[in-house]
Design a binder for this molecule. Structure first.
Ligand code: COA
Length: 711
């Protein structure tokens, strides 16, 4: 046995407990410990059945991703579980897997080798490997379709989404749901099975759900089509279908061999390395160097929001979804009515799609209280301002917060660009003030930029991070500079796209290039969705920060003056039909051509490479400045922001990781060239220049900073 695995006999049942906190990953020592425990139980004549269970918050949450990372970097082979799985399945005594928390990846693969699986009602079971750029590598692609059939196996493996226990029971993935104590329920279940005549079912010998080649062909074709559409440009979701096809068409051992070949190929891919980076980047963002684990965190049970627009109502839903009672205030009852209608409609659509039951919707609706007054502001744990980007108005609201709120209340602004310190000055308690920058739609988007002002207390930051986690969002702490991290990088990106159009590209061409490259949406489509008026206001306000004489986009002002504000007015960079489907608009092209002519900008053919380099490198350059100034704690935080809030393709790891993969020397050289061609807006960031000259990377920069912090 090992410290990571405990064997305790309960009369005639051996209970094998995995104890590898925090998530019982299959780290070195765990499979070996399990094998030793199984052998001891097999040998002991007083033992009639075996239970495998996880200690703490979960069953096994998967292979150890650090080990996968080593293998992906070419150091060593991926973990090998074949022997252990055969040992479990070939045990002469029934093996019952007792699942709570999450049985993910390798965890589910171990569970499927057991003869029986039982689970608590809140357990989740899944094969999320595609999210890491790989496929299940411990025979999961061979056992899962044997238990649940090919269609469900395709859905689970391609989406990477776990299924809840009730669905797992319907699918045949588990045998029973257990109320009450899992351990005693599992022991009782194991005794039940011990007295049944054997042999106990071996998953690898089951064939009844595997279908036939002619019946499977359309399922596989539909699965591949789905993978292409839902996981655009990603290799693993397609590769996993090849492995599932092998399960349905080859003997078990040969299918396993095929699976191993595919995993090895996936592990050697850039996509896998980028996705592993994204996984750890997201977790690193939760670690704030000057916040210790004993920093006090307050529980946010009630909140009030001022401003019932799109952002305010989205934030209200995000809070209500996590059981937080929320008052939604506006100055006009019509705005409140619209907000409540929007919230109701969103929830009703989710009920219709089967995402949750009507009862859940009713509970959530009951948590949202629309109001014109300040009622309840004095007892709220959190006050959030979500009005338009106007500093004077925000300061006025914060002065009101200061008068009303209880001393321990946290005061947050949802500003996307403005100075948190100036907003905090409107109160007598700047230590309680911070930015909580949600992204639209706020009940869906995972990112929250947590903006730290110069006086924001550590406990306020720690509470905001805990709140983000409670909302199932990713909180990233950022410094207080114009646009923080995300929007500060977005501005040059958007501006460069307009320059490309002035020089000869079309909005559709730019958007197509970006989408083909993997961005969730093209930049002009994003602009039209957000509203050209919003962009215009941001740019106007931004002018105060910019040196005079810098190149400015030529037609945005004109589009704004023409009332082409984007989707909401049926026209912006594109023209929209009744279903909000965009079409290129000759009127816009004529406008751009005229403006270019009047300003002496020669029109030429713009290549896809130029579009991509100018769009992405301008972001990287700005990201380097942000990093150097300390407004992002790590390059990987910038990646997390772009992956969770800006639709950056996950398999490219975020802008800074992508820069590393291109090579900082190459990125820097191109930026220098653009600098000489297009002027000051392309001045290379000193940090980028330094790292490029050193032959270094942003990853190395982060590692060096982390080891300095540990000294
Ligand atoms: N291997 C190694 N470490 C893991 C891990 C794994 N499979 N899963 C989680 N961890 C680590 C995290 O890195 C984090 O470490 P840290 O505290 O040092 O940063 C810690 O466990 C807690 O994880 P976190 O994600 O913050 O906790 P959570 O409760 O929000 O979520 C899970 C728990 C298991 C749902 C989530 O971590 C997850 O999805 N893990 C990946 C599961 C997976 O893909 N398994 C298949 C691998 S083949």
């Amino acid at each position: 046995m090992s410290e990571l695995v405990n064997l305790s006999p309960e009369q005639d049942v051996a209970v094998i407990t995995i104890q590898n906190p925090p998530v019982n990953a299959l780290s070195p020592g765990v499979p070996e410990g399990m094998a030793a425990a199984l052998e001891a139980a097999e040998r002991d004549p007083s033992i009639r059945a075996i239970v495998i269970i996880g200690e703490g918050r979960t069953f096994i949450a998967g292979a150890d991703i650090r080990e996968l990372e080593h293998a992906a970097q070419g150091h060593g082979a991926p973990p090998e579980l074949h022997g252990l799985l055969a040992q479990i399945e070939d045990s002469s005594k029934p093996v019952v897997m007792a699942i709570h928390g999450t049985a993910l990846g390798g965890g589910l693969e171990v569970a499927m080798a057991g003869h029986y699986r039982i689970a608590t009602a809140d357990a989740q079971l899944g094969q999320p490997e595609v999210n890491l750029g790989i496929i299940p590598g411990a025979e999961g692609t061979q056992r899962l379709p044997r238990l649940v059939g090919l269609p469900a196996a395709i859905e689970m493996c391609v989406s990477g989404k776990p299924v809840a226990a009730a669905q797992a029971l319907r699918l045949g993935l588990i045998d029973r749901m257990i109320d009450g104590d899992l351990r005693s329920g599992a022991i009782a279940f194991a005794r039940e099975k011990a007295i049944q005549p054997g042999p106990h079912p071996k998953t690898r010998q089951r064939h009844e759900k595997l279908g036939s080649p002619p019946a499977n062909a359309p399922l596989l074709a539909a699965g591949r089509e789905q993978a292409r559409q839902r996981r655009r440009n990603m290799a693993a979701p397609l590769a996993v279908i090849d492995a599932l096809e092998a399960a349905a068409s080859l003997p078990f051992e040969e299918g396993c061999q095929k699976e191993r070949e595919i995993v090895t190929e996936c592990l050697a891919s850039d996509q896998c390395r980028a996705l592993l980076h994204a996984f750890f980047a997201e977790r690193a963002a939760a670690k704030i160097p000057d916040l210790s684990s004993d920093t006090p965190i307050s529980d946010i049970r009630s909140a009030a929001i001022v401003g019932a627009g799109t952002m305010g109502s989205g934030i209200a839903m995000a809070l209500a979804n996590s059981g937080i009672s929320v008052r939604l205030k506006d100055v006009e009852s019509a705005s409140l009515d619209r907000a409540i209608a929007r919230i109701r409609q969103t929830y009703a659509a989710a009920v219709e799609k089967g995402r949750f039951l009507q009862g859940v919707m009713d509970q959530r609706m009951a948590l949202v209280h629309p109001q014109l007054s300040d009622e309840g502001f004095d007892t709220a744990d959190l006050l959030i301002e979500a009005v338009v980007e106007n500093l004077a108005l925000k300061k006025q609201i914060f002065a009101g917060f200061d008068r009303l709120a209880k001393p321990e209340c946290i005061l947050a602004s949802n500003t996307s660009t403005l100075d948190i310190d100036q907003i905090a000055e409107a109160t007598g308690r700047p230590h309680k003030v911070l930015g909580l920058h949600f992204f639209s739609p706020a009940h869906v988007m995972r990112l929250v930029e947590i903006v730290r002002g110069k006086d924001t207390a550590k406990s306020v930051i720690a509470t905001a991070m805990a709140l983000a986690k409670k909302l199932r969002k990713v909180g990233v702490v950022v410094g207080n500079c114009w646009g923080f991290v995300g929007n500060r990088m977005m501005l040059p990106y958007m501006r460069e796209a307009q320059f490309l159009v002035e020089e000869g590209a079309t909005p559709a061409q730019v958007d197509q290039a970006l989408c083909d490259w993997g961005m969730a949406m093209g930049i002009f489509a994003v602009d039209d969705m957000g509203g050209l008026d919003v962009q215009w206001h941001v740019r106007e306000e931004r002018k105060a920060f910019e040196k005079p004489g810098l190149r400015q986009p030529l037609v945005l002002d004109e589009l704004y003056r023409m009332g082409r504000l984007g989707q909401k007015t049926g026209a912006g960079w594109y023209r929209y039909d009744g279903n909000r489907k965009p079409a290129p608009d000759p009127e816009v092209l004529a406008l751009v051509e005229n403006a270019a002519r009047e300003n002496g900008i020669p029109r030429r053919t713009i290549t896809t490479d130029e579009i991509l380099e100018r769009s992405i490198y301008i972001m990287i350059n700005e990201g380097s400045r942000i990093l150097e100034e300390g407004h992002a704690l790590r390059a990987s935080d910038i990646d997390t922001i772009y992956l969770t809030g800006y639709g950056f393709p996950p398999y490219r790891g975020g802008p800074m990781w992508y820069a590393d993969t291109v090579g900082l020397r190459k990125v820097y050289r191109r930026i220098e060239e653009f600098h000489s061609l297009h002027g000051e807006l392309w001045a290379p960031a000193p940090l980028l220049k330094h790292l490029a000259e050193e032959g270094s990377t942003f990853t190395a920069f982060d590692a060096a900073k982390a080891s300095l912090a540990r000294l």
